[in-house]
Structures are given as structure tokens and as C-alpha cells.
Design a protein around this ligand. Structure first.
Ligand code: ZN
Length: 605
């Protein structure tokens, strides 16, 4: 058996148990994740235009489309650069898959996780992989892997475009193997095809070894690190010429999400907002953050201040909705002693306190028209007057505002001063709602899980797969704040040492999401069952016989949705002996939703 020593770092980081040595022959037969387990990671949400692989968005596209892309790349930039691009693209995908698999099966045997790469690659439709042998020894830093590839999609396309040639052509797949293995074992393992169908062989044979064991490592490393792809990372040629063979290429680093405290995300919508933030931060421009409640406007405002030249000066926030109207003016501009009853002392307002720094005005649309007029004057003149005071004070304040209403429309309705709107709308940054950046949900889940397990001193292993799937499909009307609250609730409710399940999250009437589809027994899309027994990770899927029995042998394709739903509800109610709350939970409904369905049936009868 392989050694099962676990380092302290691994314990702390929660990475899968990684044995020091291992070989393919030691892989226990039927070890999880199996093909079935991995297939369950793939979810289709056709109504929503999305496909998920355990939280990462996937694309189903024509293999011939990739063929056309390859040809264009080769013809426009030459074979070597095209090969590099495809290799690095494959590398990115392999490294991403390794991260997803580790995250989804935190308890799985390391060898089984390792062996999952070829299975996922096959599920994705790239190639059928037949492992010949692999082995590694972490102490010695050795690795050897040999795999056969059957009917590689890349070869099909390459041969269709260019015919049989003299060089192997499965570039993206080779990159995938390199990325997956390197991310799994934590050091760079280089792969090369020693036989390939594109050179006339009947199959492709792939060998993987550490860089220093390849005679032509420089060439492969050059392909992995070429400048055009990674120029933003500030490495490439230099890293290559230093011959830093053991280090992971920065692509792997780049797979890490942008992360600044709570600012977590890899989605394009999030990154677009971050990009704008970085653009405007060094200037003095007024910034207006727009977006729904809970999207993180204050967090962005704080980050803006932190990366601006004013970062050593004060950041002062005021929530305009939280301050009574009659106190707003004195809050903003300060008050002189005796200005009104109760003003027993002179006091500086927020503008004065923010002098030299940044003043953040949240929910600006709730300001009264009078306060808006005074704010406009302060912005235009750079001067304020305390309430009851007679002298004007110069202030140097960068104003940042936020709103969840459409200020332009409010101005048209006469509820917001148009001149103030234009004064604030110098550089608007729209923050997307969470449902438009679903790619970030898994990152945020992990982020909040870490934060709250630490804060509450709990040991939680993660989320059950169906919890992850449900959160991905959920619309999050309360955005990031809602996800944060759900995870905190889950961390508190879940049993110590266990995983967060649906019942730990949705306890206060959240509306669960639209249906998702997964791969059925015969490879077709089938409605995802949102509900096995609560504490088993991968319960046996009911066979066709069980389903037939449930529906009394009727032809399912001829039943209405209503009949199927009614049958499921009745079956579930029988199983839980009429306990409506429990049945609702098992069906992924709230108790109110199930009661409504039951009462509707009674009305109809
Ligand atoms: Zn090949």
C-alpha cells in the first residue's frame, strides 16, 4: 500500500490526502470518483444557456470548429506558435479540471483523483484515454506516466485539414495532460506524444516525466511559456531562459482567482468591473457605483480608496438611507455649538473628517432634494459650511457614491437633481448581480466557507454535490450578501466534520431554482434529481425498473409534467409517512410550496 503520510501544510490547506508514493497498480478497483461520479459533475441548464462542470462553465462546440481554429492559427502564425497556443489552452483546461476534481471530491483517494483526469477528458469528448502505467514518488520527485489515446478528436481534425505528416498533432490534449498532472502532483510534469495518429500510427502514445528527464525540455518549456499568451503576467522569455524547470508555469498561477479580501472572482463581468476600478483609482474622478443590493458596492468603494493615491488618508462612509433627514445636513457638514437645540458642542461632519481622503455616500438616491442641493454646492465649490456656522471651510475630498436605483430615471421623474446626477456620473461602474457571474459562485462559496469556519471555529469538510449544484442554479436575489449569509448559516448548522447540505442552507423560505439536467443512464439529458437521501454522498441511482414501478409501468413519455410531479410527491409523502416538511425538503421545495401544490390538487378534485 502507498504511504499515507500527510504534511501539516496539507492538513491546514484541506488538500486531498496525498500519498508520498503511488502507482496505477495500487488504484483500488471502483474507487470514487468513478465514471458515474464524474458524469454527475456535468450539469446542463439549457433554459439558462449554460453547461457546468462542477461549477466551471463549459461549452459544447463543434470539433470541426476547433479544427478551423487550428488551421487559422497555423496559417496566420506558423506551426510552432499555433502549437504553443493550443498546448497552453489545453494546459489551462487540464489545470482547471484538476482543481475542480480536488474541490468536488475532497475525501477521495489521491490515486483515484489522479486517475480521474483521463476520465474527465473522455467525458469532455476529447479523447479516450487508456492508462498503461503511472507512478510517482514525492520524496524523490519522480514521476512516470504512459497512456494510450484512442480516436483523438484533435488528430481527426488535424488529419482532415493537413493529412498525415511527420510531427505529432495532439497539442491541446498534451497540454491538458501536462496541466492536469502538474496541478495534481504540484510540480511541472511534461508530456510528449511518442506516437501519434497524425504521423501514421494507429493510436497515440503519451509519455509524461519531470522536465529534467526530457532531452528536449527547453523546446517544450518554450511552448508552455511563450510571451504572447502570458505577457500580462510579466514572465515568459525570462523564466524560460533561466531554465526554471521545476517551477510551475505562471498559467497555473493565473488559474488562481483575482483575490483581494472579499473581492473574489474570475468571471468576465467581475473582471470588467475590477479593470475599470483599477483605471479610475489613480485619478481624482468622482465614481458612481451602480448595481443591486448586496453586490458589494461598499467593498469596491473601499478597494478604490485603498489603491488610490489617497490610501493613507481617511476613508469615510455614510449610508444616506440610515440617517434621519433632519440630521443629514449636520452629519455631512458638521454643526456649530448652539446651532439648534441639542447641539451642545461643535462637531465636524463627514466631509471634514474625510479631508484629504475619500467620502463614500451609499444609497445616494435617498437624499432629500434639500440635502442634494447642499451636496452639489460642496462638490462644485470644494467648500462646506457647518450648520449654524458662518465661515466656509475648504475641503479636499474625493466623493464616491453608490445607488441601487436608476438615477437617470429618478432625475427624469424629478426625484433626483439632474445637475447632481451629472456631477456624480463622471465615471460610473456597474457591478453585476451574482446571477450574471455564476462562474464566481464556487469561488465565493469556498471563500466564505474558509472565512466562517475560521470565525466560528467549526470544521466543515465542504458542500455536498447537490448543494453545490443547487447554489449554482439559484438566482440569489440578495446577491453576494445572500450567498454569504447562506454559507454562514450552513457552517453553523452543519454537523462538525461533515459537509454542508441543502437542509443546512435553505431554512428561511428561499425560492429554489429552475430545473437542471444531467447525463442520464444512456447518455441523454435527463432532469437532475435534486434529492437523494440527505446523508449519503452518492446514493445508488434508481434503476429503470424502480422508475417503472413508481409510475405503474406507464409510458413516461406520454405522461404530463403534472402527472409526473403528482406521482413524485405522492411517492415522497409515502416514504416520509406524510411528514410534509420532510417531503418538501426531499423534493427541494419549501414547505409552503409543497402545501400549495397539495392544496391546488385538492381544489381540482
Ligand atoms: Zn495524436
Amino acid at each position: 500500500m502507498a504511504d499515507k503520510l500527510i504534511s501539516l501544510a496539507e492538513l491546514a490547506g484541506g488538500v486531498p490526502k496525498k500519498p508520498v508514493r503511488g502507482a496505477s497498480e495500487q488504484l483500488p478497483p471502483g474507487a470514487s470518483p468513478t465514471l458515474q461520479d464524474l458524469t454527475e459533475c456535468l450539469m446542463f441548464s439549457p433554459g439558462d444557456g449554460r453547461i457546468w462542470l462542477n461549477g466551471a462553465r463549459m461549452l459544447l462546440m463543434h470539433s470541426s470548429g476547433i479544427g478551423a481554429l487550428r488551421r487559422e492559427l497555423i496559417e496566420s502564425m506558423g506551426l510552432a506558435r499555433a502549437r504553443g497556443i493550443m498546448l497552453r489552452t489545453g494546459y489551462h483546461c487540464g489545470a482547471r479540471d484538476a482543481a475542480l476534481i480536488k474541490e468536488r471530491f475532497p475525501e477521495a483517494d489521491f490515486l483515484a483523483l489522479f486517475a480521474a483526469g483521463p476520465i474527465i477528458h473522455a467525458i469532455e469528448g476529447a479523447v479516450k484515454v487508456e492508462p498503461v502505467h503511472f507512478e510517482f514518488d514525492m520524496n524523490l520527485g519522480t514521476y512516470y506516466g504512459e497512456f494510450l489515446w484512442h480516436h483523438s478528436s484533435e488528430d481527426d481534425e488535424h488529419i482532415a485539414q493537413f493529412g498525415i505528416g511527420t510531427e505529432p498533432a495532439c497539442w491541446m490534449q498534451t497540454g491538458y495532460a501536462t496541466g492536469y498532472t502538474s496541478a495534481m502532483v504540484g510540480r511541472l510534469i511534461l508530456y510528449q506524444e511518442v506516437e501519434c495518429r497524425s504521423t501514421g500510427s494507429s493510436i497515440c502514445r503519451l509519455i509524461g516525466k519531470p522536465a529534467e528527464e526530457w532531452d528536449n525540455a527547453e523546446e517544450i518549456l518554450a511552448d508552455l511559456n511563450a510571451e504572447p499568451f502570458v505577457s500580462s503576467g510579466g514572465h515568459g522569455a525570462t523564466a524560460r531562459s533561466q531554465g526554471d524547470k521545476g517551477a510551475l508555469p505562471a498559467d497555473l498561477q493565473a488559474c488562481r482567482p483575482a483575490q483581494d479580501g472579499d473581492m473574489v472572482g474570475i468571471s468576465s463581468a467581475f473582471n470588467a468591473a475590477c479593470h475599470m476600478l483599477r483605471r479610475v483609482a489613480p485619478t481624482q474622478a468622482t465614481v458612481l457605483f451602480t448595481g443591486e443590493s448586496g453586490v458589494g458596492k461598499e467593498m469596491f468603494a473601499r478597494m478604490l480608496h485603498r489603491i488610490s493615491p489617497r490610501h493613507d488618508e481617511p476613508f469615510v462612509a455614510i449610508n444616506c438611507a440610515a440617517i434621519p433627514e433632519n440630521l443629514m445636513e449636520s452629519e455631512l457638514f458638521g454643526v456649530e455649538r448652539g446651532a439648534f437645540t441639542g447641539a451642545t458642542q461643535s462637531r465636524a461632519g463627514r466631509f471634514e473628517r474625510a479631508d484629504g481622503g475619500t467620502l463614500f455616500l451609499d444609497e445616494i438616491a435617498t437624499l432629500s432634494l434639500v440635502a442634494q442641493g447642499k451636496l452639489l454646492r460642496a462638490l462644485q465649490e470644494g467648500e462646506i459650511e457647518r450648520v449654524g456656522g458662518s465661515r466656509t471651510l475648504k475641503v479636499n475630498v474625493r466623493v464616491v457614491a453608490a445607488t441601487n436605483v436608476d438615477l437617470r430615471a429618478a432625475a427624469q421623474r424629478g426625484e433626483f437633481r439632474e445637475d447632481l446626477f451629472f456631477r456624480l456620473n463622471v465615471f460610473p461602474i456597474h457591478l453585476p448581480p451574482l446571477r450574471e457571474r455564476k462562474e464566481d459562485i464556487p469561488l465565493l462559496m469556498t471563500h466564505f466557507l474558509q472565512r466562517f469556519t475560521q470565525l466560528h471555529g467549526r470544521h466543515i469538510s465542504g458542500f455536498t454535490p447537490r448543494t453545490a449544484d443547487t447554489l449554482l442554479a439559484y438566482d440569489f436575489p440578495g446577491n453576494i450578501r445572500e450567498l454569504q449569509n447562506l454559507v454562514e448559516r450552513g457552517v453553523i448548522s452543519a454537523p462538525d466534520g461533515g459537509a454542508i447540505d441543502l437542509a443546512h442552507l435553505f431554512t428561511s423560505g428561499e425560492r429554489l431554482a429552475q430545473p437542471m439536467f444531467s447525463i442520464g443512464n444512456r447518455g441523454q439529458l435527463a432532469a437532475a434529481t435534486n434529492d437523494p437521501a440527505p446523508d449519503t454522498r452518492t446514493p445508488a441511482a434508481p434503476g429503470n425498473d424502480a422508475i417503472q414501478a413508481l409510475f405503474g409501468g406507464r409510458d413516461l413519455s406520454r405522461l404530463s409534467l403534472q402527472e409526473i410531479e403528482d406521482t413524485m410527491i405522492d411517492h415522497c409523502l409515502r416514504e416520509v409517512k406524510g411528514n410534509v416538511s420532510e417531503a418538501a425538503r426531499r423534493l427541494g421545495l419549501t414547505r409552503a410550496q409543497l402545501s400549495y401544490r397539495l392544496s391546488r390538487r385538492l381544489d381540482a378534485e
